[in-house]
Structure formats: C-alpha cells, structure tokens
Design a protein around this ligand. Sequence first.
Ligand code: SF4
Ligand code: SF4
Ligand code: FES
Length: 252
Amino acid sequence: MIPLLRKSVRPPRPRRLTLQILRYNPATPEIAPYLQDFAIDESDGMTLFIALNEIRASQDPSLQFDFVCRAGICGSCAMLVDGRPALACRTLTRDCGPRIVLAPLPFFELIGDLSVNTGKWMRGTAERLQTWIAQTQPVDLDALEARMEPALAEAIYELDRCIECGCCIAACGTAQMREDFVGAVGLNKIARFRLDPRDTRSDADFYELIGDDNGVFGCMSLLGCHDFCPKQLPLQTQIAFLRRKMAVEGWR
Ligand code: SF4
Ligand code: SF4
Ligand code: FES
C-alpha cells in the first residue's frame, strides 16, 4: 500500500501591508497635503495602533497620531480607515486589505497628519449644551443620597458610555454642512441628562438648547452616526425619541 503523503504544515506567511497615510502639517502650509506609503510586515493580532507605532519607531518619527488607552476607552485614536470613521486601537489589520488608507477625521481642527483636536470641539459643545446635572436648589451635602432604581441607573449608564471619539460627527452629513450642529454626541448627552432625575431642567429648557437646526431638527436621520459609533450607543432610538419630545415642546 502506498503511504499517504502528508503535506508539511507551514505557518502562513505574514502579509506585507502598505499603509497609505494622508500627511499634512498646518504648521508648514507651504508643503501641500500628500499621500505617503509605508510598508510593514503584519504580525498576529496586529492593530492599526501597533502598525502606526512600528512605523513611527522604525520609519518616520515625525508621523503624528493620537493614542492614550489602546483599549477603546479614551476615544483619542479615531481616524478614517479606508474612508470610514473607526478607532485605530480597535481595528485589526487582518480585517483590512493589504493596502490600508488612513486619513484624519474630517470636521475637527487638524493638529497634523492623523491627529485632530476633538477635545476642543467636545468641550465647546459641552459648554453650549450645559452637559452637567443642573439643579435649581442648593445641594445639601448632609442629606442622605437619593435612591435610584437600578433600571434607570442602567439606562443612564448606557448613554454615559460615549467616549467622545468623534466618529459620529465624522460620519454625519449635517455636521459637514453646518459647523454649529451638535451632532449625535451632543444629542446623546442631552438624552442622558434628560433621563437623570437629579437634573431639574424641563423639556422647555432642553428645547432652548437643541430645538433648532443646529440641534435635533438639523438631523437628517441618515444614521451614519449610529452605524459608525464604536461603542454601539443606541443613537437612532435616542435621536428619534428626542425629536418627538422637542417637536411636542415646540408646539406648546
Ligand atoms: S456617540 Fe459614539 S461615535 Fe459619537 S462620540 Fe460618542 S462614542 Fe464616539
Ligand atoms: S442621523 Fe442625524 S446626527 Fe446621525 S449622522 Fe445622520 S444627520 Fe448626523
Ligand atoms: S487609544 Fe484610546 S480609544 Fe483608541
């Protein structure tokens, strides 16, 4: 009997990846934006965070991009990956093709290359929308804490998971046309404080903040925000609910 030939099992060869990165530094406007290719070998479990760090360490220390947590928590590493907003630290290269095109998030102030100033916009929007618990009475620090039903605490926590990454703004058609639009991130924050019984604002107060075209009535409901939110926040439901409530308020 002829013995069966066993195929030798070779580990798969690592792919050679090309990261094509949009380069531009506003500090040197005389150098026009350009695309630059960087080639690297893919490793097991490689994320775009790892790939970019390898490139910066071994090929170009001037490459600008932002990371803090590497765990999808801080929201600082959002960028356009093949044209779609995503967190670089949560994007595995194995889920991408051999050529990956990276660009900074649109809409936000560009710091350089892939780094944008989402923090400045988020802070400005938080101040505009007063995204904190507003109380009309002075707080009695000696009083016992009020109980909150677990289901309500859960519902608030669900919306509080926003990491202010800016992906929803980058995916939003209205935000690209209307620079004062508060976006899904802003509307989600209003929905969060509207739920909170410690916040004494009424719907009339919230209407003053978001009852116009820069708020909930500017939303075109195309749901790019919902599709690209890396935390899978229920943006579609929240925006639709808020719009109904604000429309009722507007009729009063
Ligand atoms: S709502 Fe989602 S996409 Fe928008 S900033 Fe928050 S986490 Fe990011
Ligand atoms: S649904 Fe509204 S907030 Fe979301 S991406 Fe579309 S226009 Fe922007
Ligand atoms: S580095 Fe913090 S979310 Fe990616």
